[in-house]
Design a binder for this molecule. Structure first.
Ligand SMILES: NC(=O)c1ccc[n+]([C@@H]2O[C@H](COP(=O)([O-])OP(=O)(O)OC[C@H]3O[C@@H](n4cnc5c(N)ncnc54)[C@H](OP(=O)(O)O)[C@@H]3O)[C@@H](O)[C@H]2O)c1
Length: 286
């Protein structure tokens, strides 16, 4: 198949590329920064304003991986723009190019009435795809990803090395971390499998961990037996984040704290029909 991957050069995108190439597909990747791979046709552009119809022309399927975890309003990088308006542009370009198959990357925790703006805007995008696009879609909502240099686990690993490790709240919120390679394989499979059309899959790994346990795993991966946790109240961290998030380099945003404060788990195991999920072990962190 001829497949166009928007955001195919990122952390998830690299695993998706690998899985698609393994399955013998022809790839076109759209992103702003260069990608040097003779097996992939790279189209440089900014999805906020580039012409999408031309690169979509002749494609059998589009995979959308573009998403952000924090906003930079001064650079016109907002959840509304990147998660909602970009999806509107994709839907309209697909319709103009007569391409009808879309695999869209959302995130676990996306739901009506979500607290974070990340999840709220992911929900609006899902809603657009499901109810107004007329496309043959598959929506995928992974929990936290690990493996392949996961930015979140890198952060846990570096904080776990500190003499005292600051942890938001009790650290008892739960996650179903899922292996990046497995997510890449599932996305690639979904693009060619009609059985996934019209479905929204939540995907998580085989084991559930609290945030405290993830810090312990991250410490073990850094060769440290145990951490000394310092549990900081969410209210205090939220106030700090409200003041600090407009400063460059501030480590956490209000939105990220809202997400860390809620469970990110699923009982949807349908995806394991196609992919056997890998267990999280320290050697796979980050
Ligand atoms: N990582 C996780 O644990 C996780 C968990 C759940 C869901 N997700 C979702 O998975 C998707 C991929 O996440 P990721 O972690 O791979 O993110 P990432 O590493 O930041 O990759 C984002 C990709 O989008 C491209 N991109 C960003 N802004 C763009 C723009 N204006 N124009 C064109 N391309 C642009 C980036 O390339 P350039 O910067 O070169 O443009 C890159 O290829 C997102 O939708 C995210 O919400 C991720």
């Amino acid at each position: 198949m001829q497949i166009v991957v928007l955001g195919g050069s990122g952390y998830v995108g690299r695993a998706v590329q690998e899985a698609l190439l393994m399955r013998g597909h022809h790839l076109k990747v759209i992103a702003r920064h260069g990608l040097r791979d003779p097996n992939i046709q790279f189209v440089s552009g900014d999805v906020r304003d580039m012409d999408l119809m031309s690169p979509f022309d002749g494609a059998d399927a589009i995979i959308n991986l573009v998403g952000i975890i924090e906003e930079h309003p001064a650079q016109k990088i907002t959840f509304e723009l990147m998660h909602v308006e970009v999806v509107r542009r994709i839907i309209s370009a697909m319709s103009a190019a007569h391409v009808y198959r879309l695999v869209h990357m959302s995130a676990l925790g996306t739901r009506p009435g979500a607290r974070s703006r990340y999840h709220k805007t992911k929900w609006i995008a899902e809603d657009l795809i499901r109810h107004t696009s007329g496309l043959q879609y598959t929506i995928i909502r992974p929990s936290l990803l690990f493996g392949g240099g996961a930015p979140f686990f890198k952060m846990l690993q570096s904080q776990a090395k500190w003499p005292i490790t600051p942890i938001p709240g009790s650290g008892n919120t739960e996650f179903d971390p899922v292996y990046r390679t497995d997510v890449g394989r599932f996305v690639a499979m979904a693009a060619e499998c009609d059985e996934t059309i019209g479905e929204t899959f939540e995907i998580g790994g085989p084991d559930r961990f609290t945030l405290n346990a993830l810090y312990q795993k991250a410490a073990a991966s850094a060769g440290k037996n145990r951490i000394t946790p310092w549990h900081i109240s969410y209210r205090f961290m939220m106030n700090m984040a409200k003041i600090g998030e407009s400063l460059p380099g501030f480590p956490v945003s209000v939105d990220q704290l809202l997400m860390l404060g809620e469970n990110n788990t699923t009982n949807d195991h349908r995806w394991t029909k196609w992919v056997t999920p890998t267990r999280l072990k320290p050697s796979l962190i980050p």
